[in-house]
Design a protein around this ligand. Structure first.
Ligand SMILES: Nc1ncnc2c1ncn2[C@@H]1O[C@H](COP(=O)(O)OP(=O)(O)OP(=O)(O)O)[C@@H](O)[C@H]1O
Ligand SMILES: [Mg+2]
Length: 236
């Protein structure tokens, strides 16, 4: 799925009627199967942008073009599971077409098999995040939107899930947008890194990573880190 984005303005108004500019210059295109990673200071407007891209917020200036029939999988910054449904039912409700074999594989990959019958209130934040990932992947998305999906997981699990996300995204050439504060995730997962300014967010730098994910060497990853460090990334 190809995605074309040209958001020229997004404004929130507070109760006193004061304008609060959040997005001013967000212009980019993602090719089918491309992974765009967005990095920017807290509060700059990343989650707001994702809601617009997902079609959940239409109150903005500009244009977002994607096929109307595209299936969207979204992991919100807070896991947002239905509290009165089990983990398994949360996933089944989002993806009624998914058969048992597929769900079993997905739960195994995300290390959730023992938690299928648990309710969201019984989960740690890390488990709830994985359940949210399972729900997003179960729909076989054409467009995957991930808002800090690996936050609050321990390093080892985050690294394993990063690998799994890479595999799942590669399997169907899923066009993906990832928001993260973690440069390691950004460099290992992204095809292109977009660095955002403080609010109101605009794209300050775009850094393409041309080597395919699987072929990236540790030296190359370190080089990209150095390049990022040279761009003034304070507060990210
Ligand atoms: N519904 C809303 N009404 C008014 N202001 C809002 C609303 N949602 C977000 N904002 C404001 O818009 C700005 C951007 O918020 P957003 O959640 O998009 O930031 P973010 O980049 O995702 O931050 P973080 O990295 O902390 O998740 C913030 O100043 C926030 O207070
Ligand atoms: Mg956010």
């Amino acid at each position: 799925m190809r995605l074309e984005v040209d958001i020229t303005g997004k404004v929130f108004k507070n109760v006193a009627g004061e304008r609060h500019d959040v997005l001013v210059g967000i212009n980019f295109t993602l090719a089918s199967g491309e992974v765009g990673v967005f990095v920017g200071p807290s509060g700059c407007g990343k989650s707001t942008m994702l809601r617009i891209l997902a079609g959940l917020d239409h109150q903005y200036q500009g244009e977002v073009l994607r096929p109307a029939a595209a299936r969207i999988g979204m992991v919100f910054q807070e896991p947002r599971l239905l509290p009165w449904r089990s983990v398994e039912d949360n996933v089944r409700l989002a993806a009624p077409q998914a058969d048992e074999a597929k769900l079993a594989t997905l739960f195994a990959i995300l290390e959730l098999s023992a938690h299928r019958k648990h309710f969201p209130g019984e989960l740690s934040l890390g488990l709830a995040r994985r359940a949210a990932l399972a729900r997003a992947f179960a729909v076989d998305p054409d467009f995957l939107i991930l808002d800090e999906p690996l936050a609050s997981l321990d390093d080892a699990l985050a690294a394993r899930l990063r690998e799994e996300i890479t595999t799942l995204v590669g399997r169907r050439a899923t066009t993906t947008i990832l928001v993260t504060h973690n440069l390691e995730d950004a460099i290992r997962l992204g095809d292109r890194l977009f660095l955002l300014s403080a609010r109101p967010a605009r794209i300050l730098h775009v850094l393409p990573i041309r080597t395919p994910r699987a072929a990236r060497t540790e030296t190359e990853i370190k080089d990209i880190r150095t390049q990022l460090a040279r761009l003034n990334l304070a507060n990210i």
